[in-house]
Design a binder for this molecule. Structure first.
Ligand code: PEP
Ligand code: MG
Length: 587
């Protein structure tokens, strides 16, 4: 067989580093399912197709189970037993067959609609066991559809090491689960720099490229692949020369990272003596050690919802919350640990908390709105936060605030929680600072009013940009319109920073914008003295800071504010700073 030709694709580099491995394709959006009319005389043949598909899917799953048992042990492999059983469950298959016969539809459509109907019923039951069955059902119907469409599928445990996941889309929880297996890289069709999935890739330090429209159609499983998360280049079937160049480039980047790490003891201070707190954004428990490792000045954002997402469908207990918060506070000391209350909703949807599926969850019951709507569910987190406060410098931060009332209602709720604990004789700290994230345009525009209610602000540019520019942060088709340097964003930043200063409250920024050294310099020029980012970015931003003066950056920011477009601001920044990173190898 002739060797496949090398192909070079260009996407967005969203998590740096280079991965050289073998592709494993995962379709998460589910196969397209079309509806066809089936005439009377072909109905029984269509029913037989479903039965044959179910037998085939069962054989496949048993094969996967055997392999999983070898690699992961019987307990984990037993998950597949439920799936195998569902494939012979008359309750499910009987309904599919009935739908074919009564509605004269093709097997694929009948499977899809029956699974959708049962899933909806299970998902709204109070019983956790039944809700878990709805997830099994979704998996099983997907297996069955693939089997009907003649697509075979694999399980990761069947594959060799050095896996690069090639996917149409990945949820943040998919990325966590896969990232902890033998995955060394991600190449994804959807997504943007600030989608939560790519934030997770960075947290796990796995190179990733997003926005690779059509990549799924270009390769098959186990094809050799290179992912360059710096430049956004992905190479399919690399030639021996390309492999050699990328191995050298990988070694060079690793050397650069080691050199930067050596600067961790140095102060984050400009040449004219202005100190900047470079803090760490933490998503996963395994990252907490990195706060000290990369010399971060405490934790500027702990996304507590990932604690929930990892345990879903179970809620973490109050004790589990206390333990992780205490650890964060102790590792951040002598600096603060800023812990954000659950920002569930949007793509980080906790299905069992919602009464109905939302048509547009990104504008729905998420963040502080969900917390205030379901106080009984969130009480344990709030208790744990005030309890953990006794262990050091904890600041509590509220996500997705858009009104002053939300802050007042939260304070009242926290007051009730503390009164309960006082009655129960449980030690807690009352004077914990309470801040708000400025990530909704309305909050930015009333920053002066919110500053009277909050002890501090943290600007969340990931969402602020999404909502201000009406550009989905996760949609590759509008990625070029997602512009951190848009004059509207720069004006909002200036107004929010000035409002916080006038009110005399602390202000920082924890969106991904802070992790890009050029943007970070602009933010310091706009007056910020506290920036939070992935801990791995801290050494590089620090090295840029130490080369410049705050006075120079203030001038730079003033001139950036006078431009009319993001492209002009970008050009101005690029001209101001010499390019610090050596170019990627030619492919
Ligand atoms: C933000 O919106 O900028 C932010 C930091 O929060 P998240 O990325 O979790 O939405
Ligand atoms: Mg946000």
């Amino acid at each position: 067989m002739p060797a496949a030709e090398m192909q070079v694709l260009q996407g967005m580099g969203v998590s740096s580093g280079i991965a050289i491995g073998r592709a494993v394709c995962i379709e998460t959006r589910g196969p397209d399912v079309f509806r066809f009319h089936v005439p009377d005389d072909q109905l029984e043949a269509e029913v037989e197709r479903v039965r044959e598909g179910a037998r085939h899917a069962q054989t496949e799953l048993k094969r996967v189970r055997a392999r999983a048992e070898e690699d992961l042990g019987n307990d984990l492999a037993a998950i597949f037993d439920a799936h195998v059983l569902l494939l012979s469950d008359r309750h499910f298959l009987g309904r599919v067959e009935e739908r074919i016969r009564t509605q004269h539809v093709n097997a694929e459509w009948a499977v899809h609609k029956t699974a959708e109907e049962l899933d909806d019923r299970f998902a709204h039951m109070d019983d956790t066991y039944m809700r878990e069955r709805s997830e099994d059902l979704t998996d099983v119907s997907r297996h069955l559809l693939r089997s009907l469409q003649g697509i075979d599928h694999h399980h990761l445990s069947e594959l060799p090491d050095d896996i690069v996941i090639v996917a149409d889309d990945l949820t943040p929880s998919d990325a966590i689960r896969l990232g902890r297996e033998r995955v060394i890289g991600f190449a994804i069709e959807s997504g943007g720099r600030t989608s939560h999935t790519t934030i997770i890739a960075r947290s796990l330090n796995i190179p990733a490229v997003a926005g690779l429209v059509g990549v799924m159609g270009l390769l098959c499983d186990e094809a050799p692949i290179i992912v360059d998360g710096e430049t956004g280049t992905v190479i399919l079937h690399p030639t021996p020369e390309a492999l050699q160049r990328y191995r050298a480039r990988k070694a060079e980047l690793e050397r650069r990272d080691r050199d930067l790490l050596a600067t961790r003891e140095l102060a984050a201070v400009t040449r004219d003596g202005v100190e900047i707190a470079l803090m760490a954004n933490i998503d996963l428990p395994e990252e907490v050690e990195e706060v000290a490792l990369f010399g971060a000045a405490g934790v500027g954002l702990y996304r507590s919802e990932f604690l929930y997402i990892e345990k879903s469908p179970h809620l973490p207990t109050e004790e589990e919350h206390v333990q992780i918060y205490r650890r964060l506070i102790e590792l951040a000391a002598p600096h603060p640990a800023i812990i954000r209350t659950y920002d569930l909703g949007g793509r980080k949807l906790a299905r069992e908390m919602m009464a109905t599926a939302e048509e547009n969850p990104v504008l729905g019951l998420r963040g502080i709105r969900l917390t205030l709507a379901r106080t009984e569910v969130f009480r344990s987190q709030i208790r744990a936060l005030y309890r953990a406060g006794v262990h050091g410098d904890l600041w509590i931060m509220l996500p997705m605030v858009s009104t002053v009332e939300e802050v007042r209602r939260f304070r009242a709720f926290a007051g009730e929680v503390m009164a309960d604990m006082e009655r129960e004789g449980i030690p807690f700290r009352r004077d914990v600072r309470l801040g708000v994230m400025i990530e909704v345009p309305a909050a930015a525009m009333i920053a002066d009013l919110l500053a009277r209610e909050a002890d501090f602000f943290s600007i969340g540019t990931n969402d602020l940009i999404q909502y201000s520019l009406a550009v989905d942060r996760n949609n590759e088709h509008v990625a070029s319109l997602y512009q951190p340097l848009h004059p509207a964003i720069l004006r909002m930043l200036r107004f929010v920073i000035d409002s916080a200063r006038a009110a005399g409250i602390e202000i920082g920024l924890c969106g991904e914008m802070a992790a890009d050294p050029r943007y970070a310099m602009l933010l310091v020029g706009l007056g910020l003295r506290r920036l939070s980012m992935s801990p791995r970015q801290v050494p590089e931003v620090k090295s840029w800071l130490r080369e410049t003066t705050a006075a120079d950056l203030a001038d730079l920011a003033a001139s950036c504010m006078s431009h009319s477009t993001a492209a002009e601001v970008q050009e101005h920044l690029d001209r101001h700073f010499a390019c610090a990173i050596s170019p990627a190898p030619a492919t």
